[in-house]
Design a protein around this ligand. Structure first.
Ligand code: NDP
Length: 324
């Protein structure tokens, strides 16, 4: 019997329930994957809370690393024993094992262990598309990134430094400030104590930054706009503090003809080729030490409700890994 997490209704972490499940043999185009490490992502809390609606009853979990245990008809790219990772819109990673379509899999290099993979697949692919494909950050640019000691944030700081950007990081505590500095941030702003936009203007000689990477959402939206240079870009990619809504487009003109985008990884990593291309760049950055898998905490997979409480309280640092 396998264990799989389900929700029958949306709500707090207490709605997550574990059920025993007998898996069928993998269908055509699927493999059975045994999970060795599962990544926690903020998006999992949106699925659970209902911010991002899912069909109910529904499964949770967007990222895992493990091994192929059985292959279905027509599968030629993977065989039993292959180490693989999965990330993406198909939920169900909160499970000891599952059947999964091969199109969702990425092969794992020998140099990347299961925990590291679970820490950097989804968050690394996000970092890659945000910086390289969405904001198209160039060497010499100064980038403001919020929650810089978080899962995506920590990876993004290292990535930005590796491509020659200057990084202004915001964080919620002194301990997180140390993490952001260790990742390479040039300037660190304590967002609960300082006026973020005023500090950014001070650091940039009044100009503001050409790019803001904002995964915090509601709480940082105004500061992000006020920190952006004339004709600069705000990439609003998450809702850790709540969703940004009710925006009057005229504000973009008033603040300096700004650009705003609200991207999702799942439009940048759709085909297997797009996923593998993003992951190749993530693994290359890992290999050369530009990004490090900062696993700040791990939990038993069946304690995932506790992990949800921790990430929603802002108590996690770096990535969080769940162990089956
Ligand atoms: P993090 O590890 O970054 O955790 C969220 C962090 O946000 C916290 O540690 C905290 O850092 C900060 N924060 C600020 N305000 C709050 C608040 N009110 N409640 C909780 N946390 C708050 O999470 P992830 O790395 O998993 O994700 C980061 C963001 O990226 C999320 O918004 C997520 O949805 C988004 N994302 C978007 C993707 C996309 O395709 N668009 C893909 C992947 C992630 P601090 O204490 O330093 O302020």
């Amino acid at each position: 019997m396998e264990k799989t997490a389900y929700i029958d209704r949306t709500g707090g972490p207490e709605v997550i329930q574990w059920r025993d499940e007998q898996l069928l043999p993998p269908a055509k185009g699927e493999v059975r994957m045994r999970h060795h490490a599962v990544g926690l992502n903020y998006i999992d809390t949106y699925h659970r809370s209902g911010l991002y609606p899912i069909e109910l009853p529904g499964k949770l979990g967007s990222e895992a690393a493990g091994v192929v245990e059985a292959v279905g008809e027509g599968v030629t790219d993977f065989e039993v024993g292959d180490r693989v990772g999965v990330f993406g819109p198909a939920r169900g990673a909160y499970a000891t094992a599952r059947n999964v379509a091969v199109d969702l899999l990425v092969p794992l290099p020998d140099s990347v262990d299961d925990r590291t993979a679970a820490a950097i697949l989804l968050k690394g692919a996000t970092t890659a598309f945000l910086i390289e494909e969405c904001a198209k950050v160039q060497p010499g640019w100064t980038v403001l990134i919020h929650a810089a000691a978080g899962g995506v944030g920590h990876l993004a700081v290292g990535w930005l430094k590796a491509i020659g950007a200057t990084v202004i990081a915001t964080v919620g505590s002194e301990a997180k400030a140390d993490k952001a500095r260790a990742a390479g941030a040039d300037h660190v702003i304590l967002n609960r104590q300082e006026d973020v936009a005023a500090r950014v203007r001070e650091i940039t000689g009044g100009a503001g930054v050409p790019v803001v990477l904002d995964g915090v959402g509601k709480a940082t939206w105004e500061a992000s706009l006020d920190s952006t240079a004339r004709r600069g870009l705000v990439v609003s990619f998450g809702n850790a503090s709540g969703a940004v809504d009710g925006v009057n487009l005229g504000i973009l003109a008033a603040k300096g003809s700004l650009f705003v985008t609200r991207p999702t990884l799942f439009d940048y990593a759709v085909t297997p080729q797009e996923k593998r291309s993003l992951m190749a760049r993530v693994f290359a950055m890992l290999e050369k030490g530009a990004i490090t898998p900062e696993i700040g905490q791990s939990f038993a997979l069946t304690d995932v409700a506790e992990a949800h409480r921790a990430i929603e309280a802002g108590d996690t640092v770096g990535s969080t890994v769940l162990i089956p």
